[in-house]
Design a protein around this ligand. Structure first.
Ligand code: OAD
Length: 257
């Protein structure tokens, strides 16, 4: 499939049951579930801290309780929230497009809650803890005076997420690299494109000849993609799904209606 500026109608026409699609989601897809995006969250309660202080090994070493409390606060918001239409449509696309790879930078688990399977959570999950020293897994434990400790080695527990300055799992990156090299359509949804390596996926897909589409509330990546759909992720995904269904070429599960 050849890349070049296209309109929404032509994009829909290119989609078929065998299309190889990679979807990358960011905090914007969960914003409509009431979860503040990483950068929006910096305006409120946590505005006095830089992201690196709240999401880095150095930050955790300097102030483990502050970092633990920040993630506990975010996790509470997640547990109080539900997946939105955008998550639900992507779960449906997982059935409609058997060759779709869904990658998320979000750690909130809302894609799974909506029914997505085979999801790549490239930044980990806020619902799991590991210990700082040995990465021993642990069930979630609430912090009291200090940070909870690992039952096995007494090292402080931290969320099982990828922090600034940490490496992503090599096998996950290889898997993503293969999907990008093979995809015909790449969609980036609700991500600012500021944090690598995910920020480079659009260019990688484009270099492989994929059609690239960005869905964002802001004019993000306009000069790099073939199609920018500006607005709410869930509204736009609903519109795309309506057009897809109108073509009657896909099996539609009753869950989608
Ligand atoms: P950001 O908070 O950087 O960006 C969210 C994007 O979503 C912005 O471009 C918004 O314009 C867009 N947006 C917000 N609401 C939207 C809506 N309703 N519909 C469509 N778009 C909307 O979040 P990410 O790009 O996910 O990493 O951030 C990437 C990574 O940076 C995060 O995974 C986290 C962070 O630092 C780590 O923690 C390692």
């Amino acid at each position: 499939m050849k890349a070049g500026k296209i309109d929404e109608h032509s994009f829909i026409q290119k989609l078929g049951p065998d299309t190889r699609i990679v979807v990358l989601t960011g905090a914007g897809i969960s914003a409509e579930s009431g979860i503040p995006t990483f950068r929006d969250a910096q305006d409120g309660l946590w505005s006095q801290f830089r992201p690196e202080e709240l999401a880095s090994p150095e930050g955790f070493r300097a102030n483990p309780k502050l970092v633990f409390d920040w993630y506990a606060w975010r996790r509470k918001k997640v547990l109080e929230s539900k997946p939105n239409k955008g998550h639900e449509i992507l779960a449906l696309w997982g059935q409609q497009f058997p060759h779709m790879t869904l990658i998320t930078q979000n750690v909130d688990g809302l894609h799974q809650a909506a029914g997505s399977q085979d999801l790549i959570e490239m930044h980990g999950s806020i619902h799991r803890l590991i210990c700082f020293k040995e990465r021993h897994p642990s069930p979630w434990v609430a912090a009291k005076d200090g940070v909870p400790l690992c039952m096995r080695c007494q090292s402080p527990l931290r969320p099982d997420v990828v922090w600034f300055g940490e490496m992503l799992d090599r096998r996950i990156l290889e898997h993503i690299g293969k999907a990008l090299a093979n995809c015909e359509v790449f969609l980036a949804i609700g991500t600012s494109g500021l944090v690598y390596p995910a920020a480079g996926f659009l260019d990688e897909a484009r270099a492989s000849g994929a059609l690239t589409v960005v869905i964002n509330r802001e004019r993000v990546g306009e000069d790099r993609c073939d199609l920018l759909l500006q607005g709410s992720a869930s509204d736009i995904l609903q519109r795309l799904q309506d057009s897809i269904q109108a073509r009657h070429v896909f099996k539609v599960s009753s869950r989608a209606r």
